[in-house]
Ligand binder design. Structure first.
Ligand SMILES: O=C(O)CCC(=O)C(=O)O
Ligand SMILES: [Fe+2]
Length: 318
């Protein structure tokens, strides 16, 4: 970060800088250093046993029984290679609401149950917000994870996005299936990926280029082709890290580095997302990207609370 940005950030986030934690333990420093060096950190089977099973059951119920996922949603089965060429060539870089006019979406009135939905519309992704489930927030705001994040950034960020996604086999690549760098924030950005299902090479692993954050060779475009990436980082390069991991594994990643979601060849991949970046006092009026129920908020610790922007707290539904 250059001096100008350092000063700018000190002003923009003046209330998010805290004295360095005393007595930082060796394990924490080791993890932060590894994250700095490579751009990612794998915490193998971080959630285990009953805790993991509880999250899996809650998610399955939300998704498959309560059908709680974001709609309108892109219907891959409605895509026509010729008619929708422009959208395909544009990486489907649109919000689902923009695709409604193209008759490329479905909503709750178009299917009877979960299986029917998959059969009819072959969605590549279903996105679910954490809404009112305390157990999820316990993991998304796990204090050991927060310590790693804050130490890495040197500033206390906010939790600005919190959701789960199930990815399925799909014919057409959509947005983050293409190689890219996230641009949510120029200086401070970490995503925490929480794997709720085992992820093998066939289930659409996440792929990251180790040390690409410090590497300017592929920069300045929204997406990069496979040919471009393969020519700089050949397929068998040890820098290409694929998340072949067990359920319960957590990956912390600076997604300003090059990455993509590969498409599952079979089955599906369940992944939780927690996005951290600091909001300045001047940007607190932005539309919040998730809501946390006020009762759940009140049960959080003081530190956890400080990660939630005020506008994300909603009136209790209990
Ligand atoms: O789903 C994935 O593996 C990656 C998605 C992605 O690009 C992101 O969350 O920034
Ligand atoms: Fe991304």
């Amino acid at each position: 970060m250059n001096i100008k940005n350092l000063v700018k950030n000190r002003i923009k986030y003046f209330n998010r800088y805290f004295p360095k934690l005393e007595n930082q333990d060796k394990q924490l420093l080791g993890r932060v250093n590894s994250l700095r060096e490579k751009g990612y950190l794998v915490l193998d089977q971080y959630i285990t046993g009953d805790d993991l099973e509880a999250l899996q059951i809650l998610y399955k119920n939300k998704l498959e029984i309560e059908l709680k996922f974001e709609m309108p949603c892109l219907s891959q089965s409605s895509i026509d290679e010729i008619k929708h060429k422009e959208l395909i060539d544009n990486y489907f870089c649109y919000k689902p609401s923009d695709l409604v006019d193209h008759n490329l979406t479905f909503d709750r009135s178009n299917f009877s149950n979960y299986e029917d939905c998959l059969d009819k519309f072959k969605p590549s992704t279903l996105k679910t917000y954490l809404t009112d489930i305390q157990e999820f927030y316990k993991v998304w705001l796990d204090e050991d994870l927060l310590r790693i994040i804050e130490t890495y950034m040197g500033v206390r960020p906010h939790l600005v996005e919190a959701y789960l996604r199930r990815n399925f086999p799909a014919k057409y690549k959509v947005m983050n299936h293409f190689w890219h760098r996230d641009t949510n924030h120029p200086d401070f950005l970490l995503k925490v990926f929480i794997f709720l299902s085992d992820c093998d090479i066939s289930n659409g692993p996440h792929e990251y280029i180790s040390q690409s954050l410090q590497d300017d060779r592929l920069r300045g475009k929204r997406y990069f082709s496979e040919t471009e990436v393969d020519s700089v980082y050949p397929i068998d390069s040890p820098q290409r890290i694929k998340s072949v991991v067990k359920a319960g594994t957590v990956v912390i990643e600076d997604t300003r580095g090059l990455h993509r979601a590969t498409i599952p060849k079979e089955g599906y991949r369940d992944l939780g997302f927690a996005v951290f970046l600091p909001l300045s006092v001047f940007s607190r009026t932005l539309i919040p990207l998730y809501k946390i129920d006020q009762k759940i908020y009140h049960n959080l610790s003081k530190i956890q609370k400080s990660y939630i922007p005020n506008q994300n707290i909603s009136k209790s539904i209990f």
